[in-house]
Design a protein around this ligand. Structure first.
Ligand code: ARG
Length: 234
């Protein structure tokens, strides 16, 4: 740190939380996804060298970053005020709202949050989807124990398929991906206007600005567009 340009390029590690397709998931034991490709492409545009990925549960990523276990977070993480008090974010690289996902059988097709009254609802611990459940549903439409918190969204969607919850609140692009491969569908979208950024320690301004320049370079080269086609295209 602070030695940019004069010594060997510093190397950095990043953390992610797989089970969030197509941003990050395990395929045949391998970590793949849009965040994985994008972050590596961004780092390759900087003087930093990339030293590899560590996997965490989503709610352990910020502590891992602030404890210096990793140097950056690439996990479809929404930039918000609460997180901004603890870490810094790069410029946004993707936008999302929250989807309310239900089973495809059509027995339950809510059109708004009030239709979720007295239904068990799931989300991943520490996510903005959980925030929607806690802020908009718990205490009104549903009781505290009707909220089921999962370590990851794969488990939440499995429990939806099993009938243990009747809805899962999850980022729209991830909901669309699950809906392609599993008997679940988006009932409606709850607009949150979220933007995803890479997380960086607050004292690491040099890395933050390098990643921002890298992100611009990746957009200008057409690589960003290629990667969105690869992971979100038909
Ligand atoms: N965008 C949501 C948030 O920031 C969910 C992110 C979950 N990411 C993951 N890799 N599991 O809270």
């Amino acid at each position: 740190n602070g030695s940019a340009g004069t010594e060997q390029a510093p190397s950095i590690t990043a953390g992610t939380a797989p089970g969030f397709p197509p941003f990050e998931m395990k395929e045949g034991g391998e970590l793949v996804g849009f965040d994985i490709d994008l972050f590596e492409a961004v780092v390759s545009e900087t003087e930093y060298r990339f030293d590899g990925w560590s996997e965490f549960e989503f709610d352990s990523l910020i502590p891992a970053l602030t404890n210096n276990n990793i140097d950056a977070i690439a996990a479809g993480m929404t930039i918000n005020e609460k997180r901004d008090q603890t870490i810094d974010f790069t410029d946004p690289y993707y936008s999302s709202d929250q989807a309310i996902v239900v089973r495809e059988d059509g027995d339950f097709s809510p059109g708004s949050l009030s239709d979720l009254a007295d239904r068990p609802v799931g989300a991943q611990k520490g996510t903005t989807g959980e925030g929607v459940v806690q802020d908009e549903l718990v205490g009104d439409e549903i009781s505290e124990n009707q909220y089921n918190a999962y370590d990851n969204y794969v488990l939440a969607i499995q429990d939806l398929q099993n009938g243990n919850v009747d809805a899962v609140v999850i980022d729209v692009p991830v909901a669309e991906t699950f809906a392609k491969n599993r008997p679940v569908e988006i009932a409606f979208v709850y607009e949150t206007g979220e933007k995803f950024g890479f997380g960086v320690r607050t004292d690491d301004d040099e890395l933050t600005s390098a990643l921002n320049s890298g992100l611009s370079a990746v957009r200008e080269s057409g690589r960003y567009e290629e990667l969105t086609q690869k992971w979100f295209g038909e």
